[in-house]
Ligand binder design. Sequence first.
Ligand SMILES: [Mn+2]
Length: 318
Amino acid sequence: MALEEFLPIIEKAPRFFLATHVNPDGDGIGSLLALTIALKEKDKEVWPYLADELPSVYEFLPGKDLLYYKIPPDKDWTAIILDCGEASRLGEKAEAFVKDLSEILVLDHHEVSGNLGTKRHVELTYATGALVYKLLKLLNVSLTPAIALNLYVAIFSDTGGFRFQQTTAETFALAQRLIEVGVNPAFVAERLTERYPFSRLCLLKKALSHLRLSGEGQIAFSFLSHEDYKECKASKADSDDFATFFRGIEGVEVSVLLKEFKPGEISVSLRSRGKINVATFAAHFGGGGHRFAAGFKSKTDLKSLGYILLKELEALIS
Ligand SMILES: [Mn+2]
């Protein structure tokens, strides 16, 4: 539905529960914080919820102290779900919590999004941050430096620093607007791309040692076992973007990375150059995402799951 249809609900409701997907990325967190600050400026009560710990790379974001890591004690909230359209991707607690709410607004940009929400605005665009920006304009909230920085981080993250497919003139126009409000592009780029903890490189070394090509060089495959994470004293976020990195190998069409951060629970990241739609591929395994970047979770053991995925991808790509 049109974004305009969210307006009467947002103008009227006094209390908002905001959430994004598990393993939150810059788009999810930036969108969450930008909207939180904006709604607070409209004198709303806001409960921005994160299911996971805030990845340390985002600690510079204004508004991060407003985040809650627990569910509200009562049910008198209007939910706004950002960068996620599927209840199961909210994490168990938020999934159970929103079930009982009478109004759930979903703002998302994923090709395979899900069916969460009483009202959904899903638009195939470069970032949820762009949709939050449109919403703020409709709500007549003026951009503050704090809102602008969060939106810029959202856009920077999901476009891979203005590199990915969906990056358009509109993306740069919005970036320009945000820079005019005070965002420093070099500062953001440095914070997001040049501050790795050593544990990340330790983990990359492990992923590289498991990396192999298949499907005549068109599939890059790697995995990280629970032991790998443990040995590197790595966090879940430390392996972010490895799959994107492996997709960059010349000749590779699709990359797949299996991550066993918690023993027995595998998160699969899929990245494509476009020949294979990884969103529909991931959907077969109960996941979702975009044509170029998608993922799903599985409890199948690492070895068997790797075998199954390689076989299916090889069949698809040949
Ligand atoms: Mn996103």
